[in-house]
Design a protein around this ligand. Sequence first.
Ligand code: UDX
Ligand code: UDX
Ligand code: ADP
Length: 485
Amino acid sequence: FSQKMVKICCIGAGYVGGPTMAVIALKCPAIEVVVVDISKPRIDAWNSDQLPIYEPGLDEVVKECRGRNLFFSTDVEKHVAEADIIFVSVNTPTKTRGLGAGKAADLTYWESAARMIADVSKSDKIVVEKSTVPVKTAEAIEKILTHNSKGINYQILSNPEFLAEGTAIKDLFKPDRVLIGGRETPEGKKAVQALKEEVYAHWVPEDRIITTNLWSAELSKLAANAFLAQRISSVNAISALCEATGANVSEVAYAVGKDTRIGPKFLNASVGFGGSCFQKDILNLVYICECNGLPEVANYWKQVIKINDYQKSRFVNRVVSSMFNTVSGKKIAILGFAFKKDTGDTRETPAIDVCHGLLGDKAQISIYDPQVTEDQIQRDLSMGKFDWDHPRHLQPTSPTAFKQVSVVWDAYEATKGAHGLCILTEWDEFKTLDYQRIFDNMQKPAFVFDGRNVVDPEKLREIGFIVYSIGKPLDAWLKDMPAVA
Ligand code: UDX
Ligand code: UDX
Ligand code: ADP
């Protein structure tokens, strides 16, 4: 491409496409980057002062590049036609019906993007998979493109994104690695080199750019997410044992993580992992294993999700059993609804399952999250839970449930008059709340259920709270209550 300006088009202006393209535009001023999406409200938001996603540092990057070499547009076909490199970053949810429902990835959006590319292209293209897709998707896409090619040469690359929400900009600036997979043909190798040199080498050190074959790149992304999720399920499984034995999961995780073969990161016990990736990617991995006649491998990974579901129901059971086995009509404050701190994203957040559990026991819940809107919360809670083992939509929460839910804009408001409070997201501000003030305004006995280990249980006990923290030694009070789960 060296003679002319490289043009990049990214299909899908979501959590992955938006921040990734903004950073490419920032780091490669000589490349024109256009992010396209079929959703007009999304594109309008990207072109406004109120970006559609909350991500620390993103505003600054977008402000610097937008209108210079970064553009957001709904004119999908025009920009795809003009691009040299097309990133595909559309959503790939889990299929909810038909073959593989509950496990397989729904590639509808991917396929329609591929067909559109084939329709409008008039010059050679490098097509890059950015969204996590099942292994061998590249092959399917390649087929769609080459069978509709009209003489155009397409090279398919897999370049999975490893950014985590809440730290997306930091992760993109200084990635642990960039992974590029391609065909091992001369044209394939040339395409891999082009993506590496024209784009990533502008800011990522050479030794952090890994090149592999297509299948390795696709599988590495699924495997990395499965390993990460497995660490959390492992420490969460240990947390249950800690509560039963009097060990402290923070001490155990610290001691275990000191082993350099294990490492200290990603060992925080919690109410459960959430987010759009972990469960979806593991279900996908499970499905692929089953399709390849590997049921033992499938069951091994499935267990990671089962422990995560167990952890969420264990939490709900702990709340209900501590409060004399009923929360009916009691106000419970929920602090934090996002699936992790520093994001407004609620996809697969454990808060949804915990709230459903409490609503099922007829609690009145009052929710506060610094970044999630009331609309979003009501939408999330009104949807039926998708049961991956028995694919069908369970009954959505009954209409009366809406009366049981209120969303407020302040932690003190949420906890006023409450019998208990649950911390479900590790927002920094929850560490420094005035817990004495909260205690004074709650019903007694006042309960704290810390699903993220953000508070110091001893300090809260001094104030007078009855405290449950995941994986920590139990209050005498809680020990007397019936066993959980
Ligand atoms: C994840 C991967 O980290 C990222 O590499 C991939 O590209 C997308 O999926 P993300 O889902 O955005 O990123 O956030 P992550 O930080 O991985 O957290 C996922 C969930 O695990 C959150 O609910 C988080 O609270 C939980 N978690 C994480 C724990 O419960 N304990 C931990 O120690 C770490
Ligand atoms: C282990 C622990 O490492 C040590 O900390 C503990 O005190 C005792 O148990 P050991 O069994 O002596 O030590 O050897 P280790 O190096 O851990 O290997 C155990 C087995 O795992 C071996 O059969 C080894 O070949 C195998 N292994 C190890 C793998 O198959 N793959 C690996 O990546 C690492
Ligand atoms: P991710 O977290 O993987 O980035 P998102 O759901 O946040 O996923 O973003 C995916 C985006 O892709 C959505 O904004 C959706 O509107 C967009 N999209 C889906 N299909 C197409 C398509 N065929 N053409 C353009 N945009 C699409």
